[in-house]
Write a new protein. Structure first.
Length: 460
């Protein structure tokens, strides 16, 4: 028994109202899987449910597109490196923390989806899958991208390949009841000799292992990243601009988080240093304001003048007041002793810092830029622009290129030649125009203007 089908406004569909949605054209345009996912993730089958074209479209270009992108990312680099699931298997306990975290998160997803389906709660199962795919795409793959870019098959890269292969293959099994066509396509691309010929003939996956401590530590790192990104956004500084230091206000357990995880945060945030501190007093300055309820009765007519002196007091005076409970303040030729309870103190970010807080947590970002940081920011921006030009030129991911450059861009190219080569797969950098270039463009990087030429090389 299923509930009534309603339109996007919650009205019962009927021919007389003219609000009936024909599912066949919808399936032709967005795919049957998109309709299935939208209906199964929106509400239980036996309840009334709304059907809208926008909802199906969102399912197609939201969740399902994210799953496809995860699969396509793996397939692209696995083909480039010739990865075979049988090569160099690395036990889970010997893999980097990021890989072990994903294995643990996948096991959690298996448990949640299985439990929900056993209880006929398809919506809860779908939510668990959405949460896991979000973690896979927006954290694991994003943090792991540089691991796939290098040449050769290092142990770290093999670990990443094996982890992503296992998770994607078994994710298809979890998706099979919801999106059978997408799940089958993934299975056919990922199955090896000896596997069932169809995802729908394969066994339901079982949890691997759970590491609650690692999951909790990674969640803490992600909270810090989210706060620091908000701080960057408030300061209007792009992530491509490196910054010197992030200060993290310590929470219980932060000291036990391994450096390997904090390094993920530094890379994600593009900061050179990360310090866990017990307080943020070093990056905050105290500001005093008078409490007239206490000053008035004591100083009478002098209270207004004294209040102005308190507002103008230096941060050092306020710190002295808080430290000793009282501090002297000059009032004309007179010196009076102000008590701490006669002043209200607020804390503001020190010049050159931005602080982001939430209940139970805070971070401070050093946004001061020196010559080194500005140069690194120029490098990151130049690399970004060159990557876009590679795409505009239609180059393949594996294509090696030569680059010619002129103008003020010489300063960046000459300072970081090896970094530029590594980041954009350039075998040659040459000052001046590049003959027979495949693509060229005028560029301006933080005020430095010039022109670049890109040429595809035959060798790969």
């Amino acid at each position: 028994v299923t509930g009534l089908g309603l339109d996007a406004e919650g009205q019962k569909m009927s021919k007389s109202r003219g609000n009936v949605i024909d599912p066949l054209p919808l399936a032709d345009q967005y795919g049957a899987d998109a309709i299935r996912w939208y209906l199964l993730s929106e509400s239980a089958p036996w309840t009334e449910r709304r059907l809208s074209v926008e909802g199906v479209k969102a399912a197609r270009f939201g969740f399902l597109e994210t799953v496809r992108n995860c699969h396509d990312f793996f397939a692209l680099y696995a083909a480039i490196d010739g990865f075979d699931p049988q090569m160099g298997f690395i036990p889970w306990e010997k893999r980097p923390a990021l890989d072990r975290w994903l294995g643990s998160r996948f096991s959690q997803a298996v448990e949640e989806v299985t439990s929900a389906l056993d209880a006929y709660d398809v919506v809860r199962a779908a939510r668990a899958l959405e949460d896991f795919v979000d973690d896979l795409s927006n954290w694991y793959i994003r943090a792991s991208r540089p691991r796939f870019w290098g040449s050769g098959l290092s142990e770290d890269k093999l670990s990443a390949y094996h982890t992503l292969y296992f998770v994607l293959k078994n994710l298809g099994l979890l998706l099979a009841p919801f999106t059978p066509f997408l799940a089958e396509a993934m299975w056919q691309n990922l199955r090896t000799e000896g596997d069932p010929i169809s995802v729908h003939l394969a066994d339901w996956p079982s949890p691997l292992f759970r590491d609650p401590v690692l999951e909790e530590q990674m969640q803490r790192v992600r909270e810090v990243v989210e706060l620091a990104l908000a701080a960057r956004n408030r300061a209007k500084i792009k992530v491509r601009q490196p910054l010197r230091t992030l200060f993290v206000l310590e929470k219980p357990g932060d000291r036990e988080i391994p450096e390997e995880l904090w390094r993920l945060a530094k890379e994600e945030l593009n900061v050179l240093e990360l310090q866990v501190v017990r307080d943020l007093s070093l990056v905050r300055v105290p500001k005093a304001s008078p409490d007239f309820r206490r000053l008035g009765p004591r100083f009478g007519a002098k209270a207004q003048l004294l209040a102005q002196r308190i507002r103008e007091a230096s941060p050092d005076w306020v710190r002295d007041l808080l430290s000793h409970g009282s501090a002297p303040l000059e009032l004309g030729e007179e010196k009076v002793l102000i008590q701490a309870e006669e002043v209200q103190v607020s804390w503001e970010p020190a010049p050159g810092f931005v602080v982001e807080e939430e209940p139970g947590g805070a971070v401070a970002l050093d946004i001061r830029l020196d010559e080194e940081l500005r140069a690194l920011g120029d490098l990151r921006e130049l690399v970004h622009r060159l990557q876009l030009l590679r795409k505009e030129a239609g180059f393949e991911v594996t294509d090696r290129i030569a680059i010619g450059y002129t103008g003020e861009l010489r300063e960046i190219f000459s300072r970081f030649p090896e970094r530029v080569k590594e980041e954009v797969l350039a075998k040659e950098l040459r000052e001046g125009e590049l003959p027979e270039a495949d693509h060229s463009a005028e560029l301006e990087v933080h005020g430095k203007k010039g022109k670049v030429w890109l040429k595809r090389l035959k060798e790969r």
